[in-house]
Write a protein that binds this ligand. Structure first.
Ligand code: ARG
Length: 460
């Protein structure tokens, strides 16, 4: 047992209590950020004269050496310490002696951990943004290549109207653009530094909170010390954004699973992203898409978990808040893994344009356009809807597509039909004429692709 607070106790902590309370097994994940925060704090203590410049330099050098020793594998983070803060402080004192004991001047683990968690979250938001950029670039490339890849658009998973593959995946592009901007928003809102809030009520030392904030690239210090040590809103916001990303990836995965099925064959997953069966030799399963879909549950769970943990906590810091860590780390790692694997999976899958086209042609996806044809010839829409309904029934009974009917068969049902019906209901016309912005027509798609191109070029 190695803890920072033995002074007022007359008995050793029960071992089970110690274990239950300790966090080093998981908070070592922000070892790097703990050192960064301590370096900023020590630098500020020196600059303000709270400790001497020489002491400050010694502490900073000590902290840097601990950091490189851990990174180089020369020093192992030992779980005999209660938490990562204790580990760093104890090692510092080992290295530089009593000066090391001055590091924690004007600081509490409450503002320290609030800072570490913010620094960690901020770093990970940048990684997540990078992964989303790669995913969006992949989708963008696929969109450019598939503006003439016709496929059925669905509602209720029933064929509805023809679209293109570019247009279909363009919907996901919009979702990931929103996800990206959510991450940016969270970063902006959370970017205030809690260091200097102390345990809950600031300190009597003349800390320069502006300085530590700027050393750590924050926009400034937080404005209420009690809120600073007990605010976990940014974690809730991040977990909510991660849940939404997971939901989007899960929907896309579901489509990939359907498209990859024997019945659809719209796409074929690459062997390198598929798995086999131990008993059925013919199988090639979409396990990665299923796992991405499946992992959504644990990401949602992390959001519900932190919301529930936070709901009954009076101000300011309470130990409940230690529960924010494992679930946040897990959700971040899970979503990072899902985005990367998903990106690789769609980048390598084969698109079976012909199967998509055949499917679009065999499912009355041009029925709306056939009705519109009649409307343009003066038939009221409601009547046209009824006529085409009859036409579809006739086609089902005779196992034909609308396009397969002879002009006599058309006229039998309604004599307004003429030879130009074939052109009016061809796949190319059905898609090609839909050119208001956001629609699948080639001109509309061209505009959107240009907008996306510019959007991607401007992302950092
Ligand atoms: N491990 C603690 C956490 O994660 C660090 C803060 C400890 N503060 C305290 N007053 N016990 O929240």
């Amino acid at each position: 047992m190695a803890q920072l607070w033995g002074g007022r106790f007359t008995k050793e902590t029960d071992q089970l209590v110690y274990n239950f309370n300790a966090s080093i097994t998981f908070d070592q994940k922000f070892f790097k950020q703990d050192i960064e925060g301590s370096i900023a704090h020590a630098t500020m203590l020196g600059k303000t004269g709270i400790i001497t410049e020489e002491e400050s330099d010694q502490i900073v050098t000590g902290l840097k050496s601990i950091f490189s020793d851990v990174i180089d594998g020369k020093l192992e983070i030992s779980t005999k310490y209660e938490d990562i803060h204790s580990f760093v402080e104890a090692n510092l004192i080992d290295r530089i002696g009593d000066t090391g004991k001055k590091l924690h001047t004007g600081r509490s683990r409450n503002d320290q951990v609030a800072l570490d968690m913010k620094l960690y979250t901020r770093d990970e938001i940048l990684v997540l943004k990078g992964l989303l950029i790669t995913l969006m670039e992949t989708i963008h490339k696929m969109m450019k290549e598939n503006t003439e890849t016709y496929m059925p658009g669905f509602t209720h998973l029933q064929k509805a109207q023809p679209v293109t593959f570019a247009h279909h995946i363009g919907a996901y592009m919009e979702m990931f653009k929103r996800d990206f901007s959510r991450l940016e928003d969270i970063y902006k809102r959370m970017n205030l530094c809690p260091l200097g809030a102390g345990a809950l009520a600031g300190t009597t030392y003349p800390l320069d909170r502006e300085l530590t904030a700027s050393l750590l690239n924050f926009d400034g210090p937080t404005l209420n010390s009690m809120d600073s040590v007990s605010d976990r809103d940014y974690i809730i916001e991040l977990l909510s954004a991660l849940s939404t990303i997971s939901m989007h990836l899960s929907r896309f995965s579901e489509e990939i699973i359907i498209w990859n099925s024997n019945e659809y064959r719209f796409i074929e997953l690459d062997d390198s992203y598929s798995t086999g069966s131990s008993i059925m030799p013919q199988k090639k399963n979409p396990d990665i898409a299923e796992l991405v879909r499946g992992k959504t549950g644990r990401v949602y769970a992390s959001l519900i978990s932190i919301l529930t943990t936070m709901k009954g906590i009076p101000l300011a810091y309470n130990k409940d808040m230690q529960e924010d860590k494992e679930l946040t780390f897990d959700a971040i790692d899970t979503v990072k893994g899902c985005i990367s694997l998903f990106t690789g999976m769609i980048a390598t899958m084969k698109i079976n344009a012909e199967n998509m086209k055949v499917s679009a042609m065999n499912g009355f996806t041009n029925a709306t356009d056939a009705a519109d044809y009649l409307v343009k010839k003066g038939v009221p829409f409601r009547d046209a809807h009824g006529i085409i309904g009859k036409l579809v029934l006739y086609c089902i009974d005779n196992d034909k597509a609308i396009d397969d009917l002879s002009i006599e068969e058309f006229k039998e049902i309604c004599d307004v039909f003429d030879e130009d019906i074939y052109e009016a209901i061809s796949l190319e016309t059905c898609v090609g004429k839909r050119n208001t912005i956001g629609a699948p027509g080639p001109e509309a798609m061209k505009q959107v692709i240009e907008i996306n191109e510019e959007y991607l070029n401007n992302l950092q």
